[in-house]
Design a protein around this ligand. Sequence first.
Ligand code: SF4
Length: 551
Amino acid sequence: MAATPQNPAAATPRRKVSRHRGEGQWAAGHFTPLNGNEQFKKDDDGLNVRTRIETIYSKRGFDSIDPNDLRGRMRWWGLYTQRKPGIDGGKTAILEPEELDDKYFMLRVRIDGGRLTTRQLKVIGEISQEFARGSADITDRQNIQLHWIRIEDVPEIWNRLEAVGLSTTEACGDTPRVIIGSPVAGIAEDEIIDGSSAVEEIHRRFIGSKEFSNLPRKFKTAVSGSPLLDVAHEINDVAFVGVEHPEHGPGFDLWVGGGLSTNPKIGVRLGAWVPLEEVPDVWAGVIGIFRDYGYRRLRTRARLKFLVADWGPEKFRQVLQDEYLKRELTDGPAPAQPVERWRDHVGVHRQKDGRFYVGFAPRVGRVDGATLTKIAELAEAHGSGRVRTTVEQKMIVLDVEEAQVESLVEALESLDLTAKPSPFRRGTMACTGIEYCKLAIVETKQRGSSLIDELERRIPEFDEPITININGCPNACARIQVADIGLKGQLVLNDQGEQVEGYQVHLGGALGLEAGFGRKVRGLKVTADELPDYVERVLKRFQAEREDGER
Ligand code: SF4
């Protein structure tokens, strides 16, 4: 039976309401909201705010927005207020939320599986130019984010997005966020299994449904049948990873409980093999466990990874089978280690149908509306009209005939979108940072872009895959813990003893081959000004002292 925030007990009818507060697990009968977020979700489902946006807020303007909608429920439709310009990082923690709020929004367009048609991409480009001052960032979860959105324009933006099959539904909030999928699903020569139909089915059945619109916190999903393991499955709440079962053939290995931010955890395997057609039901079982058993008392312990860590994989699988699926899962093998370090599909690659796909690298995911429109035009002129986004803030044009490849690569290059990037352009990612994010302490996008230029100039011969991930605060939006060089934004002291923008350094993290978290180098902080010198020193020393095969 489906839960609703108004009547969470519906999910677990056989249990009594507990008088003890515990961790706020619905399945244990703890239905009393134990924090402000749980209260506003109980007061009204986040999805219901859409009607108020359409009928009240967009007509009466920003000041008419209820604070619980403004800083809470509007996320259910992909809307966050952006940071008021000119407030420095030192004030982030000391100002009240309303002092940091600008009257403009970030709007996140969810792109499940990273799959876009050129028509859809053109619409995003038009919206960017017409309503978002030309802004557009490709995120590391395959979304596109726009900034400078006025509440008055939101209904018209939704009309245009929905007319081409896109949406912002549950793009943020305590919901099932965008479903990441292999950006080369269905086309890659080396694919184990195409998970696209499962991504579409999960979206069709469950996104925007009140069955899962009140979760303890966000819920991240990844599905990939690529042997490159190209969706960062290790750090998602649930992941389906392509494997070949010795008896049953291609299917998916089930992982749960990955996540970064506080207490980062690599997901764990449940040892279960899931055939393609059963992925949506198993997904619903896992998210059902999260909704019913997830911890709701403390926001910092409300991700699925904490429950998985407490239960362990055996108990988690048992509860999934006994209470949610009502059947046994089939045991299955683990995925093989990927053979390549780069998992971003950048460059020119042959498809299984003999045509080619061309992956290219914007700088740290930053593009703009006019560029998105030009990419769409190029994809139409050179391909069949299909485009993908990746979890490395990159893009791919599909279905290019061999004779057209060269001309597409040249045209992309003229837009500063190279298909032959340096390791620095290819491997550097940055989160939104202080330009728009209210939690940010330091700038990220500009700094990432200039770091790329500096490193290309200073170490032009560097040829090793490298990831440099830059965050504007202690959160993990740019995955700093799993980068070779992770940079966590904070204020640091310079030589004169003044507080300036800088970074805590994490070294040696990785996804894929030898996945693990980087080590925080005790006391190692660099100022933003010192950053190029510091990274150059690390990389040159690595070049000079590395052993055979060392990464
Ligand atoms: Fe904002 Fe921090 Fe996330 Fe960057 S890591 S987008 S600064 S919350």
